[in-house]
Design a binder for this molecule. Structure first.
Ligand SMILES: [Zn+2]
Length: 553
């Protein structure tokens, strides 16, 4: 996708529209879902038919690989999952129960059963009930972030040029609203589409595959950071996943779908992205959720505000004064390693970016490629450079492992999905009537304050585009339809054969320009795409503020 800008509620019955909780089904242990109803969502990447942070602690001994220890830490990773399993059996010894209860209340301090007390074993149902609907109210407060408006002080002409495309994060775009000819009620239209689907498909139930996927990722991420930090990071990782769930809930709320749809609680955003807590908090602030939650996080009680400025963004680029270090987890066999090497080689051949292999994980930021045997996804990655290091998870079960490795590596470099660009509604039509509502987050246009196009044109053949049938309820019908040359372009969507010209261009713009060649505004890319770089009314301003997007350097 786009280059970065361095770019629950205790539910007692059905009165609020949510069914009484059946936590065994919800947790996925009874297999309560009829697979015949499921949209067979192809994972991303598959085609239908086709300055450094310092690492603390001991990092020695990582060579042995991460998967070796995963089996030992399964128990206790996710308190919700443990409680779900426990619910079917006899009560555990009281001291053991109290440990679970305390951990639950640490995680959900706002839960009614945690207010000035600890919940009892027979509270399990009400403890877990509603987490999927309204976890935000129970979690610790979302810290406030001061987000500067990139359009402050920008003249009206340039502002107007963005009308309809620089929409507030989570708003339905003007373009879409125009398409359906009902301005202002476009949200209602999506609401109607989804409600119709939800009459046929259970939009509130978690599928076993999502429960499993979250567990798989949790195990891997906890093992990865534990090896680096040397201490238990399960609570921290659960918090990340809880914030991701909260973000998905907030987006549904914005689309007036709260109470209609429960998002997939699978640990990821947009099907293949892992979010840091900061990234999730930024987007939650954009959705007006700053300050939502139970009690302030330690240290953030007095409005510990962070300001986000362009070029110091929450999506971090890698310094390329030295090659980017990478390493393989022992879970990769030789063929898997070849796929990744092929991906790295392609990026090196087409850009100035260089990588260096380390047999032992190096100190400091690096990319660690890991294999996760999961049928639920093709690849997963954080977006941009993250602390303490970037794991990239690949299942090698989707065909074209090399192309998928390119896609995930580009995420790690800071590039987002093509079909989530702010101008995507000019290039593709989204068929909301065929989208699995539980995957709504995969179609929400990315936050325009976080990402820029750098003036690179939309590309149907981008390796960062999802396929045309992503999240389809009826898999015979596409969910994304090209607006130009539909017949020929629809087959390009989701290609993983090679980087497109546009993918190469975006990486070169992000990483390969001389020092000082930059944009001073996140919207430069959008203005450049509207041919304003050489517009007599704007060229002076553009020449000094949008040098990179305008190709002035
Ligand atoms: Zn992706």
């Amino acid at each position: 996708m786009l280059p970065s800008t361095i770019t629950f509620l205790l539910l007692l019955g059905v009165s609020n529209g949510w069914p009484q909780f059946d936590f065994l089904n919800q947790m996925g242990f009874n297999g309560g879902f009829n697979m015949g109803q499921l949209p067979p969502n192809s994972p991303p990447g598959s085609r239908p038919g086709s300055p450094f942070g310092e690492i603390m602690g001991n990092i020695g001994g990582m060579m042995k690989g991460l998967t070796d220890q995963i089996g030992k830490i399964t128990q206790g990773l996710d308190v919700n999952n443990d409680l779900g399993k426990m619910a079917g059996g006899p009560p555990p010894p009281q001291n053991e129960w109290m440990e679970h209860a305390r951990r639950f209340c640490r995680r959900f301090p706002g839960h009614p059963k945690c207010r000035g007390q600890l919940p009892q074993f027979n509270d399990i149902g009400s403890m877990l009930n509603g987490i999927l609907a309204d976890t935000g109210k129970w979690l610790p407060k979302v810290p406030f972030i001061n987000i500067r408006d990139p359009l402050a002080g920008i003249n009206n002409d340039l502002r107007n040029a963005l009308a309809g495309i620089s929409v507030q994060f989570g708003q339905i775009s003007q373009q879409f609203a125009n398409n359906i000819k009902v301005r202002k009620v476009s949200v209602r239209n999506i609401h109607t589409c989804f409600q119709n689907i939800c009459q046929r498909v259970n939009c509130k139930q978690q599928l076993q595959k999502n429960v499993q996927m979250k567990q798989d990722i949790l195990k891997s991420t906890v093992a990865f950071e534990k090896k680096i930090f040397g201490n238990d990071v399960a609570d921290k990782m659960n918090m990340r996943f809880d914030r991701t769930l909260q973000l998905k809930q907030a987006l549904l709320e914005k689309a007036q779908l709260k109470g209609v749809v429960a998002p997939e609680d699978n640990g990821v955003f947009d099907k293949d992205l892992l979010l840091t807590e900061t990234q999730a908090n930024f987007m939650l602030n954009e959705l007006g959720k700053g300050g939502e939650g139970a009690i302030p996080l330690p240290g953030s009680a007095k409005a510990k505000r962070a300001s986000i400025f362009f070029e110091q963004n929450i999506i971090q680029k890698w310094p390329i004064t030295a090659p980017i270090p990478y390493t393989f987890d022992s879970s990769l066999d030789n063929l898997d390693q070849n796929d990744v090497r092929g991906a790295i080689s392609e990026i090196e051949q087409k850009t100035c970016i260089r990588f260096k292999y380390y047999a032992t994980p190096p100190r400091g930021n690096h990319i660690n490629y890991q294999k996760v045997n999961s049928p639920s996804f093709c690849g997963l990655s954080y977006i941009g450079r993250v602390e303490p290091a970037n794991p990239v998870y690949l299942s090698f079960q989707c065909g074209n492992g090399r192309g998928i490795a390119v896609h995930e590596t580009m995420h790690a470099l800071g590039v987002n999905h093509q079909h989530l660009r702010m101008d995507r509604d000019k290039h593709i039509r989204i068929d909301w009537s065929n989208i699995n509502p539980q995957q709504y987050d995969a179609f929400v246009v990315a936050d325009s304050k976080m990402y820029t196009t750098y003036g690179v044109k939309y590309a149907y053949d981008s390796i960062m585009h999802y396929n045309a049938y992503t999240a389809a309820v009826n898999i015979a019908k596409p969910t994304m339809i090209p607006l130009v040359n539909q017949q020929s372009n629809i087959g390009l969507l989701g290609q993983r054969a090679k980087m497109s010209v546009a993918d190469v261009e975006i990486l070169n713009k992000m990483y390969c320009k001389a020092a000082g060649c930059d944009d001073k505004n996140v919207y430069c890319g959008a203005w450049a795409l509207q041919d304003l770089c050489n517009n007599p009314n704007h060229n002076v301003w553009m020449r000094s503020n949008c040098r990179k997007s305008c190709n002035f350097c």
